[in-house]
Design a protein around this ligand. Structure first.
Ligand code: 13P
Length: 397
């Protein structure tokens, strides 16, 4: 037993950090240890040297009336967005669009964090300022997508798993140096394809390893097992699958000694499958989703930041508002990509003269979701565009 404890205590990385981040001022693991009673089993765990900072970052992101702008589309996905408005997928066009987003005046009143793709984290705006600096000036915490996307999972029912653990600790350390303070890892679970026990376990384990590695580098991990909208199933089936998925995710998060106070969750709302003939009202979505969260999510977790997953902009806001009609143990908010950007992108259309109008539409959506976080959204005065569903069968992010 003594030697097992000693091994855990000696858990310094095999490669010295200075080897892979030359000349960067990284913190050393703190000497702080959490010990159980000396006669019980060896459960000595080295606390992250970033523990206090992680808790503070998570609380800042989960602050009242604010949520996350997900703008971390990979270059391929961003290309699809640009194509929809007739623009070529060039670095200059991606830069112009991301500049428009991050520099919308007053965005930080409603947005507490922005998830970036790696290119954007290291990119400047069209006026030559670092995107990260513009965000910080707006009081928005910069975040980074760290997963490397989905590939087929051999031995499963045509399901997928998420890549990106190899070399992750050196990437997260470098992202911290570049100004990122939180991370995102999105994996998916498909209801029509099972989900198989293997796919759920793999998704949960990958999320837990990623979360532990991110915390070790000072990044608050967003834990995102997206349960895809695809399918004809009803809301009860989604609820059943979500219960299973979140039970496994928390089992492995605990096994990996992840600090729950220093994570954020990004769940799908509990809804019927997109091709189900029965539709759910915001009240039903809220009832099922909150029941799931109460059963599965410890109150130590500071924030639940939902994805929109193909819902229309208005639907995603109405559902969030319904969930905030009475106090919750966690901050219940948004981390939308499509449900914040859709009207904005179309209004811009790639034309410099439309930048201001596009920023205004982004602010309209950000404000609507801010009100929904506070349970005060009325749904009045929304455009027809914002009511259009965005579900795409077999969607790849
Ligand atoms: P959507 O809100 O478009 O589903 O995107 C969420 C997401 O996973 C991006 O981080």
């Amino acid at each position: 037993m003594a030697s097992a404890s000693a091994t855990l205590l000696k858990s310094s990385p095999i490669i010295d950090k200075s080897e892979w981040i030359k000349g960067q001022n990284l913190r050393q693991p703190s000497a702080c240890v959490i010990r159980c009673h000396p006669t019980s089993v060896a459960l000595t765990v080295r606390a992250s040297s970033y523990a206090d900072e992680l808790v503070k970052t998570a609380k800042t992101i989960a602050s009242p009336g604010r949520g996350i702008l997900a703008m971390d589309e990979s270059n391929a996905t961003c290309g699809k967005r640009l194509d929809s408005i007739g623009l070529e997928n060039t670095e200059a066009n991606r830069q112009a669009y991301r500049t428009l987003l991050v520099s919308a005046p007053g965005l930080g009143e409603y947005i507490s964090g922005a998830i970036l793709f790696e290119e954007t984290l290291y990119q400047s705006t069209v006026d030559g300022k670092k995107m990260v600096d513009v965000l910080v000036e707006q009081n928005i915490v910069p975040g980074i997508k760290v997963d490397k996307g989905l590939v087929p999972l051999p031995g499963s029912n045509n399901e997928s798993w998420c890549q990106g653990l190899d070399g992750l600790s050196s990437r997260t350390a470098a992202y911290y140096q570049q100004g990122a303070r939180f991370a995102k890892w999105r994996t998916v679970v498909s209801i029509p394809n099972g989900p198989s026990a293997l796919a759920v376990k793999e998704a949960a384990w990958g999320l837990a390893r990623y979360a532990a590695i991110s915390q070790d580098s000072g990044l608050v991990p967003i834990v995102e097992p997206e349960i895809l909208l695809d399918g004809e199933h009803g809301i009860d089936r989604t609820f059943e699958v979500a219960q299973k998925v979140w039970a496994e995710v928390f089992f492995y998060l605990a096994e990996n000694n992840v600090l729950f106070e220093g994570i954020l969750l990004k769940p799908s709302m509990v809804t019927p499958g997109a091709e189900c003939k029965d539709k759910a009202t915001p009240q039903q979505v809220a009832d099922y989703t909150l029941k799931l969260l109460h059963r599965r999510i410890p109150p130590a977790v500071p924030g639940i930041m939902f994805l929109s997953g193909g819902q229309s902009e208005v639907e995603a806001t109405l559902n969030l508002n319904a969930m905030n009609q009475s106090p919750n143990p966690w901050h219940v908010s948004f981390s939308y990509a499509r449900a914040l950007q859709n009207t904005c992108l179309k209004t811009w259309g790639g034309r410099p003269e439309n930048v201001k109008a596009a920023q205004d539409t982004l602010l309209v959506r950000a404000k609507a979701n801010s009100l929904a976080q506070l349970g005060k959204y009325t749904g009045e005065g929304e455009s027809e565009e914002a009511k259009k569903g965005m579900f795409v069968k077999g969607y790849v992010y």
